[in-house]
Design a protein around this ligand. Structure first.
Ligand code: GAL
Length: 465
C-alpha cells in the first residue's frame, strides 16, 4: 500500500545535539572551561536539581555505541557541535590533539555507518577566558572565532560537508544580556544588540573563511529558531506588535543571514531608543558576504503577541517587550508536561515565509521536539510509551509534507534529540530523546518513538494517525 505521506528521495532523517549537552568529560581530554562549566561552579543553585555539565550523557566515552543506535533507528544524518574550549583550550592558540582525535573518531564512525555528520561551530558555549575578555561584545573574540572556524574546516572539512556557524544565535543574546537565563546574566539592551551584531559579523567572517577553504561540495549555513509571531487579532495595533516581535526575534538574524542586510525598520527602532551597536567601516559589505547556502530551522512553539496593555516603564531598561505583550490565546493546545504551546501549522507558516520572502532558500528542520518531565510514569512493558511524542512528530511532519507539496525547499527533519540530554538551566528536567538516559548509570533505552521513527526513516514516510 502506498504511504499517505511520502517524502522526497534522500530526505534527511536524524537528530540534533550539542557538545555541552551530551559530551560530558568536561574536565577530561584536555578540555578547558566554557561559560557553562564556570557558571555552574559559581551558582549550582541556578540549575535544575543542581546538575551541571560535567558528565551529561557521556557521549565522549559512549559515542561508538550511540552511533550504532542512531544507525539502528534509521538515521542518515546527525548534527553535533564542536566544543570550542575542547578543540582550542582557552579559545585561541594551540589545538588540543585529544580533541582532534575525538572528533575524528566521531566523524569517521558516523561516516562508516552511512550517517552524514552536520557540524555546528558554536552552540551557546563560549570559552570562559574569552567571556572574561567580554565575549561577543569584544571584536577580538570575533577574530578568535573566525580562526577557530578555519581550524575546524581545515581539520574536518575533508569529510564534513555541512557546516553551521551558530545555533540559535538570538538565544545567548536573550539569555545572557536581556532575560537572565545564560551567563553573564547582564540586563542591558545596548550590550545585547552589540552581542547580536558581533555574532553576525563573526558568522560572516566564518563564511568568508569557509569560501576560501574551497571545501568540495561543502555548504555553509546557520541554525535559527524561527518562532513565528502571531497577532492576537487583525487589529492594526496587534499587527504592529507582532511585526515588532518578528523584527526583534526572527528577522534580526534571518534577514542578514539570507538577504545579506538588516531590516530598515529594526535599525530605526533601535536608533530611536539609542541602542544601535558600534560598527566598523566595511561591515555592511561583510554582512552581505555572509549569505548562507542552507538554513537550519528550529521550531518548538509559536509566539503569540498583542498590543501593550500598559505603557513601558521609562525608568526601566529598554526591552524589546516595550513593543508588545505576550498573549495567551484561550484554548491553545498545550504540551501539559512542559508549559509550551503546540501549534503544528507553525512549521508550515515558517516554510511558506521562506519560500515567498527569502528566495526559497534550501532549508531543513534542524530541531523540533517535545520535552516531558519524568517519563518513567509512562513505562509500560518496560518501554516508555511516548505516544505523545509520536503524535507531536506526526502533527509537524504532516504540515511539513504539505509545505513540500507546495514547493518549499525543505530537505530534512531532525528531532531534538537523539537521547535525553542536559538542557542548560533545566539540566535533565525535560526529556527529549528517542532514547532515555539514566543519568546515574548512563544506560540508554529506546522509547516507543525510537521504534516508530526507524520505520518512518526506512520507508521515507508514514501513514497518518
Ligand atoms: C533549543 C536549543 C537546544 C535545546 C532545545 C531544547 O532552543 O537549541 O540546545 O536545549 O532548545 O530545550
Amino acid at each position: 500500500m502506498a504511504l499517505q505521506y511520502k517524502f522526497p528521495k534522500g530526505f534527511w532523517w536524524g537528530s540534533a545535539t550539542s557538545a555541552t549537552q551530551i559530551e560530558g568529560a568536561a574536565d577530561e581530554g584536555g578540555k578547558d572551561r566554557n561559560i557553562w562549566d564556570q557558571w555552574h561552579e559559581n551558582e549550582p543553585n541556578r540549575f535544575f536539581d543542581g546538575v551541571g555539565p560535567a558528565s551529561t550523557s557521556d557521549f565522549y566515552h559512549l559515542y561508538k555505541e550511540d552511533i550504532g543506535l542512531m544507525k539502528e533507528i534509521g538515521h542518515n544524518t546527525f548534527r553535533l557541535s564542536i566544543s570550542w574550549s575542547r578543540l582550542i583550550p582557552g579559545g585561541r592558540g594551540e589545538i588540543n590533539p585529544e580533541a582532534v582525535a575525538f572528533y575524528n573518531n566521531v566523524i569517521n564512525e558516523l561516516i562508516a555507518q552511512e550517517i552524514e555528520p552536520f557540524v555546528t561551530l558554536y552552540h551557546f558555549d563560549m570559552p570562559f577566558e574569552l567571556q572574561e575578555e567580554g565575549g561577543w561584545e569584544n571584536r577580538e573574540v570575533v577574530e578568535a572565532y573566525a580562526k577557530y572556524a578555519g581550524e575546524c574546516f581545515r581539520l574536518f572539512g575533508d569529510r564534513v560537508k555541512k557546516w553551521f556557524t551558530f545555533n540559535e544565535p538570538i538565544v545567548p543574546v536573550e539569555g545572557g544580556y536581556l532575560y537572565d537565563f545564560h551567563y553573564p546574566n547582564v540586563v542591558d539592551a545596548r550590550r545585547a544588540v552589540q552581542v547580536a551584531y558581533h555574532t553576525m559579523i563573526a558568522h560572516a567572517k566564518a563564511v568568508g573563511v569557509f569560501r576560501a577553504a574551497g571545501i568540495e561540495e561543502g555548504q555553509i549555513g546557520i541554525i535559527l529558531n524561527l518562532t513565528p509571531s502571531y497577532p492576537r487579532s487583525q487589529h492594526p495595533a496587534d499587527l504592529k506588535a507582532s511585526d515588532a516581535a518578528d523584527l526583534f526575534f526572527n528577522r534580526s538574524f534571518l534577514d542578514p543571514a539570507v538577504l545579506g542586510e538588516y531590516p530598515e525598520e529594526l535599525v530605526e527602532m533601535l536608533r530611536e531608543h539609542g541602542q544601535l551597536p558600534h560598527a566598523e567601516k566595511g561591515d555592511q559589505k561583510l554582512v552581505k558576504s555572509g549569505i548562507v547556502d542552507i538554513l537550519g530551522v528550529n521550531y518548538y512553539q509559536p509566539r503569540r503577541v498583542k498590543a501593550k496593555e500598559h505603557l513601558p516603564n521609562p525608568y526601566g531598561p529598554f526591552m524589546p517587550d516595550w513593543y508588545f505583550d505576550n498573549y495567551e490565546m484561550p484554548g491553545r493546545k498545550m504540551n501539559p508536561y512542559r508549559g509550551w504551546e503546540i501549534y503544528e501549522k507553525g512549521i508550515y507558516d515558517i516554510m511558506v515565509n521562506l519560500r515567498d520572502n527569502y528566495g526559497n532558500i534550501q532549508s531543513y528542520i534542524a530541531e523540533n521536539g517535545m520535552g516531558v518531565e519524568d517519563e518513567s510514569r509512562f513505562i509500560g512493558n518496560g518501554v516508555i510509551q511516548d505516544d505523545y511524542r509520536i503524535e507531536f512528530i506526526i502533527g509537524h511532519l504532516t504540515w511539513l509534507h504539505q509545505a513540500i507539496e507546495e514547493g518549499c525547499n525543505v530537505k530534512g527533519y531532525h528531532l531534538w534529540s537523539f537521547m535525553d540530554n542536559w538542557s542548560w538551566m533545566n539540566a535533565y528536567k525535560n526529556r527529549y530523546g528517542f532514547f532515555s538516559v539514566d543519568i546515574e548509570t548512563k544506560k540508554r533505552t529506546p522509547k516507543k518513538s525510537a521504534h516508530w521513527i526507524k520505520q518512518v526513516a526506512e520507508q521515507n514516510g508514514f501513514n497518518g494517525a
